[in-house]
Design a binder for this molecule. Structure first.
Ligand code: HEC
Length: 147
């Protein structure tokens, strides 16, 4: 057999086998429990556009979230993201990310949203002014929502 054909068949078989792994298929969005007290609708709009896919129960699951191995990465990001900071299940400062300093640092450094997410989500890119507005808006929101 032609070795390129053989390589393609092996890759295809590997891709098929990956689909059998039972991780990454749970795409449930639980009902919203409680949101923080937003300082303005504009802050919520911006956070929704840029952060909600991983930090809320309003995740828009893309088609490739159903195809391993991409599904594993997406599921991991959403699960971990919600654990650190969840705008749909606000915990009054009990979650690690519910801190103006941490949010500010993540946005300013460019760590959030993650770069690999931006490859598939151009709407997650922010101008310099938008970044500053989000840092200020989330700072005010968290300060007034954390007891
Ligand atoms: C692609 C999914 C994704 C998006 C989009 C995303 N995050 Fe995250 N975020 C994560 C994951 C995963 C973690 C936990 C692991 C880590 O820190 O890298 C996290 C962690 C955090 C933390 C906690 C860091 C700490 O030190 O505890 C903060 C704060 C945060 N994100 C803020 C944001 C903000 C603000 C946005 C929008 C501007 C955003 N994230 C967008 C996936 C995402």
């Amino acid at each position: 057999m032609n070795r390129y054909l053989r390589a393609a068949l092996i890759a295809g078989a590997a891709l098929l086998l990956m689909q059998l792994v039972p991780y990454g298929r749970d795409h449930r969005n639980p009902p919203v429990v409680r949101e923080p007290r937003w300082d303005s609708p504009a802050t919520r709009d911006l956070a929704k556009r840029v952060c909600f896919n991983c930090h809320s129960f309003e995740t828009v699951w893309p088609w490739y979230a159903s195809l391993a191995p991409a599904s594993w990465l997406v599921t991991y990001d959403v699960r971990e993201g919600r654990r650190h900071l969840n705008f749909s299940d606000w915990q009054d400062g009990r979650r690690e990310g519910e801190s103006p300093a941490k949010v500010g640092k993540q946005i300013r450094s460019g760590d959030m949203p993650p770069w690999q997410y931006l490859l598939a989500h151009p709407e997650g890119r922010m101008t310099h002014a938008e970044k500053q507005r989000l840092i200020d808006g989330l700072g005010a929101t968290i300060t007034s929502s954390v007891k």
